[in-house]
Design a protein. Sequence first.
Lengths: 322, 517
Amino acid sequence: MSTETLPAEKPKRNFNVLFGLTLLLLLIALWIALSVATPSFASEINISNLLRQGSMIAILAVGQTFVIITAGIDLSVGAIVGFCTVIPALVINAGWPVPVAVLATLLVGVAIGLFHGFGIVRMGLPPFIITLATLTSLRGVGLLITNGNSISIQSDAFQEFSRNSFIGIPNLFWMVILVAVPSYVLLHHSRWGRYLFAVGSNPEAARLSGVNVPRTIYMAYILSGLCAAFVGVLLASRIGIGNPTQAEGWELQAIASSVIGGTSLFGAIGSVHGPLLGAFILATINNGANLLNVNSFWQRVITGLLIIVIVYFDGLRRRGTK
Amino acid sequence: MSSTTAERHPPANAAPGGAILELRGLEKKYPGTHALKPTTLAFRAGEIHAIVGENGAGKSTLIKLLTGVMPRTSGEVLWEGGPVALATPHEAMDLGINAVHQEMVLCRHLTVAANMFLGEETVRYGLLQQRAMVRDAQKIIDDLGFDLPARALLGDLTIGQQQLIAAARATVRGTKFLIFDEPTAYLTRKEADQLFALIRRLKAEGVTIIYISHRMEEVFELADRVSVLRDGTYVGTRDIGETDEAELVRLMINRSIEQIYHKERFTPGKVILETRSLSGKGFEDVSMTVREGEIVGLYGLVGAGRSEFVTTVYGRHAKSAGTVLWNGEAVDIRSEHDAIRLGMALAPESRRDQGLCLNLPVGLNLNLPIYKRISKNALISGGQEKAHAERQIAGLRIKTAGRGALASSLSGGNQQKIVIGKWLNHGAKLFIFDEPTVGVDVGTKAEIYRLFSTLLAEGAGIILISSYLPEVYELSDTLHVFRGGRVVASHVYHAASHERILSEALEATTQKNGEQP
């Protein structure tokens, strides 16, 4: 009877895998092309540098993806990163040990996420609005705290962490793995992950199925805030100062990475590996453009075009499998 | 009424050669599916031509071909005698072919008038003639007997009213051929009558109408002729006066009508749910019991308080007085969460809006209420997830390419089965079905009714809300009639006639209108 709706259904999953592979292949192709085009690309220093550059956006993109899967958006993550470079600076300079500083910063991230959840669930504000408000005001709060100055962090150990490597791989990249593995388990193998998808697909149906929708929304924004705060710590370590104006525009890079990685801004579609690949593709393009002496203004144009092309093909793929 | 309609409105241009649209071997193949096998059929100018068939019988394919949404595989279409390509929706519209879809395609944020004139705005010197459009729209609405302001925002109207506006739009455009796809699925009786009046008016103006519906009584009330599709095959066309419901159903499904309202009766067990003088928003003083193995039907007009009563029991709204007893104990159900925990399950009226996560896999939908149970330390047991999904897919015979297929890829009936399946997985004791067969074809209806028997046999109780009298009448062990927020009558199985139940439910409107002028 209803056969007309059935064919072309099986290949769906294969397509998802295929899309992930396509991104991976694109990344590898970029690497090979750049290695050929410029000898400096494949150097150990540059690769480490590239991994460091991509890592922070990658972590932001994973956090952002949790939110986007619920059909929300978190515009505040760049501001959180900037704000969260200030906190370890203050705490460490006050003489507290580094772990305390890290913990305090992460708690700030959680608190900001809670605030977003509160605004969305309790006050009924659109995610775009509440996180936009945080985007502008949080940098203001940071500037008030620091009086507009940069604070040098007086701990060499803290700064060395981001420069060092472990078995040849930069510590910052290890941090991506540290975030990605639990994120993958959470998203694809825990019921909380299922609930994120369900809320993004149809909150009413989720609610009627006994899913605690408000709690799920809180969770998504807390995770995003937590990832952003963590990146704040890493950035503070990398640049050695606390300055709330850092990480300008990173929220858009995180969203772009997530979308390039196949996340649907309409919710309910997304993965962990997608945004990671997306972030490193963007990082590679910027890195490669620098090495090739492409005008940095052009880099922005290229990034924009790339987003259009990849999302367009992703849309074609989805329509093709419907 | 139904028998006289055809006589009163004899097909105006019934003479041979009066065909406005003719299909010659029209055919549509999708990869792997023969959605519409070669069909030869002529629509006479000015007739109301009903098309009936189960979901997947090819009705939607036919509409898509005629409205230019999809290209045909082979065959010819003649419009007023000349071949047409119907390659784009634009071409179809230019010819005067339009469709009123079941799902809304209007702009909720614009006014009724703006929607009616959308794309056909009255313009003078490059300026929109707002006032003239509102005036004209209001005139059309008044002429049709709809009690609506043309300045109202479309989004503020009920779904039914929006549908009426969608249909009324056709009168503004030079429509010659109008296709209605299940237009009454979400209409109240009154709204449906207004729609029928509109359809007859269009017919009187010479518009040819294709009317697609699952509701047989509507077909007999409206149509001049009826064509039947089954599994993509055109089965035949009948003059409405020469056929009856039994024959049409037989043509549609190869099964007799008695087999559809398949009702097994079970000896009721202990009381699962009892309400004592329960009152809340929209209903008052409702007392009833639901026992194991029993279907309790709630009949009444939309707004009579049935849905309000049920959603209050289910914890969505607070009760204002009375008690709810679950397994004999008074319980305080404050949220849907509480209701679900006790063992209630609500299959909501609007599957698409409330029941399913359409762009997620079938398996996820089936497991959504039980992830807590099949997880350990929040990690899901993949094996159990698979097992629970597969069990329902097999047990309910859900037609799907697999548990990984998206819920949106399934037909309406199979989507309904997912809603039921997820609550079976949950192990619910009391099932509340709110209009479970709206927009579902006869064959799937029969399957859903058989599911009821399965549930009853397992000791569950069912509350069935339906606006379709034959359904509640044939299935309910106890039938409560709602009117103006109160239960005005209760009958055991087949104890009262259709007419009596209908009048009990209907008096409400006349009285209510009288009380609240």
